[in-house]
Design a protein around this ligand. Structure first.
Ligand code: CA
Length: 224
């Protein structure tokens, strides 16, 4: 596994690098947005750990640039900025996870491992999480082996949630990816479709695969 660390504070950068190297990762460490972009567009990383307060720009710039170039490498944003707004801001420009400083190294490692594991979901046509299987080629969805008919939009919504399982997604993120629009005023439609999906995949089985994340959005449950 190969990761890129973008961190301008030497003590933190070298600490992260040492800890991941000890665990068998190959680690590149850079200190500015410019260097991060230069390396990340040519190298094939399994994950990027990205500080926000960097000398040249906000680290989120790296995130939005990479996403606009179609680079889907999982990104964990690491920052001292706190609060839900900053978190939402990060996720809306394409970050996959967010960890506040100061952090415990074990937690950082666990989050990065989870990101790498989840990112492998994004490219498999067949995906099974707990009792739900989804096939993106023939658009089949089964729950406990039983085929569930879904509308096109319901399928796209379920696919997006499942390919980002265990990740809290904002309504804007969902809207942007499933409806391909950024009009925030339309987020109500996300709630409507989440309800349609729950009625088809959760209610009959008395399960809760799609969880509400209060004040934030939704998450597809990865573990029981
Ligand atoms: Ca910094």
């Amino acid at each position: 596994m190969r990761i890129l660390v973008v961190e301008d504070e030497p003590a933190i950068g070298s600490y992260i690098q040492d800890c991941f190297v000890e665990r068998g990762y190959s680690v590149d460490w850079v200190t500015t947005c410019e260097q991060a972009l230069e390396t990340a567009v040519v190298e094939d990383y399994d994950s990027i750990i990205l500080d926000r307060r960097l000398p040249d720009k906000d680290g989120l710039f790296v995130c939005s640039e990479l996403r606009s170039q179609g680079i889907t490498v999982p990104i964990l944003v690491l920052t001292a900025l706190s609060g839900i707004d900053q978190r939402v801001e990060g996720l809306n420009v394409g970050a996959d996870d967010y960890l506040l400083k100061p952090f415990a190294m074990d937690e950082l490692v666990a989050r990065v491992q989870a990101l790498i594991r989840r990112s492998s979901y994004r490219n498999q046509p067949n995906l099974t999480i707990r009792n739900i299987s989804l096939n993106s080629l023939n658009r089949n969805v089964t729950v406990n082996g039983e085929q569930i008919p879904l509308s096109n939009r319901e399928f796209l919504l379920l696919e997006y949630l499942m390919r980002h399982a265990d990740q809290a997604l904002t309504r804007s993120q969902i809207l942007e990816h499933v409806w391909e629009t950024q009009r925030d005023s339309d987020t109500n439609i996300v709630d409507v479709y989440i309800n349609y999906l729950r009625k088809k995949i959760d209610v009959p089985q008395k399960t809760s695969n799609i969880e509400t994340v209060r004040g934030f959005g939704y998450r597809f449950r990865y573990e029981d």
